[in-house]
Design a protein around this ligand. Sequence first.
Ligand code: 5GP
Ligand code: MN
Length: 337
Amino acid sequence: LRPKNPLEMDRNLLRSIRNRIQGANRILVVTHVGPDGDAIGSLLSMGWLLRAQDKERLLFCQDPVPEGYYFLPGSDEIKQEAEGPFDLIISLDCSGHYRMGEEVSKLVAALPGSVPLINIDHHITNTHFGTLNWVDPNAVATTQMILELAESLNWELTPPVATCLLNGLITDTRSFRTANVDSRTIRAALHLMEAGASLSDVTQQALERRSLASVLLWGQAIERLRLDDGILWTEVTQAMRQQVGLGGNDFSGLANSLSGIREADIVAVFTELENGTIDVGLRAAPGLDVAQAALRLGGGGHPQAAGCTLDGDLVGVQERVLSELRRSLAEQRDKAP
Ligand code: 5GP
Ligand code: MN
């Protein structure tokens, strides 16, 4: 039996995306604030692919690249400032317009006329905010979609492209451990290894290496864990950061690690950002869903991993989110067989 063609992309959509890219002179490529491995991998791989097509492009992310991804080829090319003109925007791994950040909204508002936007994303809660929207919730990572785009357009997979693409697959699946991993994922990874990406190198760099300060911060957050009727939650404040000497907003992985705790149906990590807003990372145990609760709170995500960003003081935000989570959990428990 030959495996089913993994390309779930509609031919017309593919043609439209290709035509828009071919017709563009200067492309703004954007990923979400607080970038993760799929965000950075998507941005960089798209950058390398467009470069090979001789396309002028600017890779933009409102927040700096987390140190853990400095090893990716081209990571120093990602800008936190951008100036027009652009005649095409490509957003990658953004479930809603807000995920690109305020800087992009300001930039777009300052451009003359309206600029077409290609929205490429794998979140089930995607709001289809683009001119063209390619949303595939069955893809484990946005980089899996970019791989399929490159394959169908016969764009060459060079080692740097393959490495950046594999980074997205590995980080969003936590090294092929999430429930959505299937033969299509493994086939994609195999293809990327054959194209020159190192599985062990990317796994080490993206998932294993971390700073001592970040582990000390984990320690503090773990001490503050609370469990309340199946909801396990904690916080990371700016004061805690100062105590361990970890600046910026860069911090990740805690919600994932906590999500394996047996007593927890839902995990919530509240992180105070530098700008005063609160980022909420949510995880659900298998069979439960946090994407819908995140959507109702103005965020989005996947059934098993979602989030939102809220204004307000930490305690107020926690009360709001926890009451939404309790409600959502009660509903889901009622429906369970
Ligand atoms: P986390 O940040 O907890 O690692 O990931 C949460 C998931 O929800 C990611 O897939 C992320 O893309 C999605 N998401 C959508 N909107 C938000 C948001 O405002 N904050 C966070 N943290 N995640 C969000
Ligand atoms: Mn992703």
